[in-house]
Design a protein around this ligand. Structure first.
Ligand code: ADA
Length: 557
């Protein structure tokens, strides 16, 4: 399953999920392994880090252009068709694709060389406080294309008096303009026709733009996540050549002074940071496991999830759209020092990740915030330039959502001026033995004085570790009781503070960390700050958070 809805009626799409041949580099053994999955889930490869190949056959019945679509390969994939190199992609988390022109009928071997090794070549996947798994970890599909296709569509809705104004941009890719006739685009949304005009004409791309007003539509929000299908058609000489169906919501997110507004109403984000991680599936959670996470997040009374620290599986984002969970989605980076940010691959790898994240996830109504570079060197001159550049890149791709970054650099922060929303990660009661009430006012004063004044403020991470099942009446560190105390102390300040627009607990579930560097000091080689453990069994803190989230009455929650 690529998405939770049908994306095409005209274009032929074939899923390649299933059993592939799998072979680790240097081994003679060929295994049958499911795609999507992480190879760590299978006994012989539970700690394997390195290269492996995945192969399977595909059958092409008539000459066609083939689009190979990968929703996630961790972390580098080199793709070959019948031994011919097609292309490569770095980064486990954003989707990517390759178009192969004029493929003749026949049986082809599709091979993907996958690599999850660390080293200079990889600026973003490094030993870290989460695990970099290996494998084809998300869906794979092939699409059969004519000589032009709709590569993507961008939907933006704006509230105008009693109705909505919609703009839709369609990006049409020309594969071969040799015999192509006259190309045009049309779309339908809620049975209303949207007509387009061509606004740009590059040699490989045509861009079309359409506008329409809607009077009686249901808006999208946490309380009522109403969704509509936007069906866009590509026409050649008036005949349908290709289509693309997106699912959209009428909603507008804006920052006004120190408030985040959704459809004109102030919003309070209460929720969790979540890693894609599970002992049974690695980062390749199936639909049921994702749906269970969503059910737990809702049971906890939350309205928000942060995709710390990378773009998430589109199926998860689809579920968030359906369930009305607000999403903060961020590019892939955690805790990179200036030295790491000076890796010669850093700039390009970040740029690619942002580009792919924003373009592929543009139409999810659930995504209301984009973010960059969690806890990297926003406190150095060099880092500051990177933050500015990346935030500008996002804004150029999407002017309809606010941008933020999560920092922990109280005392040395230098980049707040670039963010629309100020977001802090601080662990009062865990890394710092202070009470939240006292420490928070100092943080706020500091933040306001150094670029944060007049902007919305989010506590993007706070929490404490608890080893599941470790109970101790002394309420000592690592006990479930201590975690309860820390979360209560933090939440009782954040949830009621008039200057705060959101509180996101670190973290939803315990997750695996790498054994390299200092992370191995973490008990169980896990980040244990989940309020459910890695199997989603609630810790004592579950009820502490649930009670507070559910009973919150601020008017903006
Ligand atoms: C940071 C970081 C998280 C996690 C957390 C922790 O704030 O953003 O990824 O590592 O600290 O548990 O210490």
């Amino acid at each position: 399953m690529v998405r939770l809805f049908t994306t095409n009626h005209i274009r032929k799409v074939e899923m390649l999920n299933g059993i592939w041949d799998f072979q680790v580099k240097g081994s003679d053994k060929i295994e049958k392994i499911p795609v999507p999955s992480c190879w760590e889930m299978f006994p012989d490869y539970s700690t394997y880090r390195g290269q492996a190949t995945y192969t399977r056959e595909i059958t092409v019945k008539e000459t066609t252009n083939l689009r190979l679509v990968f929703k996630g390969v961790s972390h580098t994939g080199r793709v070959y068709l019948n031994g011919e190199y097609i292309g490569q992609h770095y980064n486990a988390f954003p989707p990517f694709d390759f178009v192969v022109k004029g493929v003749k009928p026949g049986v082809y071997e599709l091979k993907v060389e996958v690599d999850n090794s660390f080293g200079e070549h990889s600026a973003l996947h490094i030993p870290n406080d989460y695990y970099t798994y290996g494998g084809i970890t998300r869906a794979v599909a092939i699409e059969y294309l004519k000589d032009a296709f709709i590569e993507r569509v961008e939907f933006v809705s704006k509230e105008m008096g009693s109705g909505w104004q919609v703009s839709v941009k369609a990006y049409v890719k020309i594969i071969d303009d040799g015999g192509l006739g006259d190309i045009s685009v049309r779309a339908t949304l809620t049975n209303q026709e949207i007509s387009f005009s061509q606004v740009s004409n590059h040699s490989e791309y045509l861009i079309f733009e359409g506008f329409a007003d809607f009077e009686s539509v249901e808006t999208w929000s946490h309380e009522a996540p109403n969704l509509y299908f936007l069906e866009t058609f590509l026409l050649e000489d008036g005949f349908e050549l290709d289509d693309l169906i997106e699912r959209v919501g009428f909603r507008e997110v804006r920052v006004e002074k120190d408030k985040i507004l959704l459809n004109g109403q102030p919003l309070f984000l209460k929720g969790f940071n979540r890693h894609e991680d599970h002992p049974g599936y690695g980062c390749a959670l199936g639909l049921t496991a994702m749906a269970k996470d969503i059910a737990l997040l809702k049971d906890l009374g939350s309205n928000t999830v942060r995709t710390s620290h990378y773009p998430n599986d589109e199926l998860f984002l689809d579920l968030c759209d359906e369930h009305g969970l607000y999403v903060w989605e961020e590019n892939h980076a955690r805790g990179l020092s200036e030295e790491r940010m000076r890796n010669p691959n850093f700039d390009q790898q970040c740029e690619d990740c942002i580009d792919e994240m924003v373009k592929n996830h543009f139409n999810h109504p659930s995504i209301i915030i984009w973010a960059v570079l969690n806890e990297c060197a926003s406190n150095t001159e060099y880092g500051r330039k990177c933050y500015e550049k990346q935030i500008r890149q996002i804004k150029a791709l999407d002017a309809s959502r606010p941008v933020t970054f999560a920092t922990c650099h109280q005392g040395t922060e230098m980049s707040l001026e670039f963010a629309d929303i100020i977001s802090w990660n601080l662990y009062y009661g865990w890394y710092e033995s202070v009470s939240t009430a006292e420490a928070f006012e100092k943080l706020l004063a500091y933040s306001d004085a150094f670029g944060g004044a007049g902007k919305p403020f989010i506590m993007s991470e706070f929490g404490g570790g608890a080893i599941p099942g470790y109970r101790d009446p002394r309420r000592v560190k690592w006990s479930e009781e201590r975690q309860c105390d820390i979360l209560a102390d933090n939440l009782d300040v954040y949830l009621h503070h008039p200057r705060i627009s959101g509180a996101l607990v670190w973290q939803f579930c315990d997750c695996l960390v790498t054994e390299e560097e200092w992370f191995a000091q973490r008990p169980r080689t896990k980040n244990n700050k989940g309020i459910v453990d890695e199997f989603r069994r609630p810790k004592l803190a579950y009820e502490v958070v649930k009670e507070r989230f559910r009973n919150l009455e601020r008017g903006d929650d």
